[in-house]
Design a protein around this ligand. Structure first.
Ligand code: PLP
Length: 412
């Protein structure tokens, strides 16, 4: 990778981050110490949720949600097909099945009608949950989805949307993760996401019982609260109602999905800069949108969905490659030759061989239309505006659209 290579996304680590991690290394805890709770408190406060539960990855977080909700064989979970594999796989980890929903071809988001269309394809009464995905940083219209999903467990895959705001039922804007119209939200702190902890994930919820179950399943299913103990003769050997100091129970097996103190110290430090990261992403993405829209009818930035103030995890161009006489593979290779990294988010999950073998999902035309045109361009907070200009100029060149007047005409 050359020094001026622009990847599609990357983390921003500064001296304060390094110092925060080094301080933990010099201290007493490397696993579950005070930084874990401090990170959870800071995170919950930032997104205005009652609880935040840190875990080892976003994928682990999705698994924990499925476990804590008691999803299992015979249960169906609706998942939009344009998402990362993990959103659907989480249902499979607990033996539940997935119904893939179509998405809007212009935003890549599942809306309430498309959710209901997926429910109609499942056996009556079998759908127990829905995992809406806030693709690119946009938000699904959650008040409408919540109303359509009455009685179901609604957990937002908000991996792309940390730092953004979304409309609540009253129309007031609330942070993504406040769970104003859902039971829980899940974030990833993988380095390409809004903040980095190496690997990592955070769940938020306003439901006390759900938070408790998530914490239990995160730590092997261990029960430490004496009021919940079932083997009373073993727990209370002195007959005074005080549990033995070593005692714990397990009622259901969980996992080791903990996030450690080193990671949480980094998370706290990163979270302090989240608003700055988001502002920078918005500025860069707005510049992309103007420049891309100057490239003619076959290229444009993804449409902005209403009811949200997106944090822009990705800057996605929708390109009609065939109309421009090229292919996406060729364009990606030509951009790579110009030190520009791009990516495709995502291959519709229902087309994966595993899911093709498992289910007969009908054609999902919105997803296919979105997928065939999408290309994620470099976007991360340390990019500068001239990087955006370089990307769009290179894109115009490889698409045979050289000399777009609006590029040279736009002031920094
Ligand atoms: C990143 C991501 C995940 C998985 O998160 P990990 O922390 O990498 O396990 C799940 N869903 C979406 C939409 C993501 O972008």
């Amino acid at each position: 990778m050359s020094a001026d290579f622009l990847p599609y996304g990357r983390q921003v680590i500064d001296d304060e981050d390094v110092a925060a991690v080094a301080a933990v290394l010099r201290g007493d805890w490397l696993t579950t110490g005070p930084s874990v709770e401090a990170f959870e408190v800071a995170f919950a406060e930032r997104v205005q949720a009652r609880h935040a539960v840190a875990c080892s990855s976003g994928t682990a977080g999705l698994h924990l949600l499925a476990l804590a909700q008691g999803l299992g064989p015979g249960d169906m979970v609706v998942v939009p097909t344009v998402t990362f594999l993990a959103t659907a796989n989480a249902a499979r980890y607990v033996g539940a099945d997935v119904v893939f929903a179509d998405v809007d071809p212009e935003t890549g988001l599942m809306d309430a009608p498309r959710f209901l269309e997926a429910v109609d394809r499942a056996p009556k009464g079998s759908v127990k949950a829905v995992f809406p995905v806030h693709l690119n940083g946009h938000c699904v219209d959650m008040p409408a989805l919540r109303a359509a999903a009455e009685g179901l467990f609604v957990a937002e895959d908000a991996c792309h949307a940390l730092g953004g705001d979304q409309a609540s039922r009253t129309g007031a804007m609330v942070p993504v993760g406040a769970c104003a119209s859902s039971d829980a939200a899940m974030f990833s702190t993988h380095p390409v996401k809004a903040i980095a902890t190496g690997e990592g994930g955070v769940l938020t919820t306003n439901d006390d019982a759900l938070a408790e179950r998530l914490r239990r399943f995160r730590n092997h299913g261990m029960v430490r609260e004496s009021a919940d103990f079932r083997n009373h003769d073993m727990a209370f050997e002195d007959g005074d109602g005080v549990a033995a100091p070593w005692y714990y129970e397990m009622h259901e097996p969980g996992f080791n999905y903990r996030l450690n103190d080193l990671q949480c110290a980094l998370g706290i430090s990163q979270l302090r800069r989240l608003s700055g990261f988001v502002e920078k992403r918005r500025k860069l993405r707005d510049r992309y949108a103007v420049l891309l829209d100057g490239l003619g009818a076959h290229v444009r930035a993804v449409t902005v969905a209403s009811g949200c103030d997106p944090a822009w995890h990705l800057s996605v161009a929708l390109i009609d490659f065939a109309a421009l006489g090229t292919t996406r593979s060729r364009v990606m290779r030509q951009l790579r030759d110009r030190s520009i990294g791009t990516q495709v988010h995502y291959i519709p999950v229902h087309l994966q061989p595993y899911y093709r073998d498992l289910y007969e999902t009908p054609a999902l035309p919105g997803a296919e239309r979105y997928y065939e045109r999408c290309l994620s361009l470099p976007l991360f907070p340390t990019m500068v505006e001239s990087d955006v200009d370089r990307v769009v100029e290179a894109l115009a060149e490889v698409l045979g659209l050289r000399g777009g007047a609006s590029i040279t005409g736009m002031k920094s």
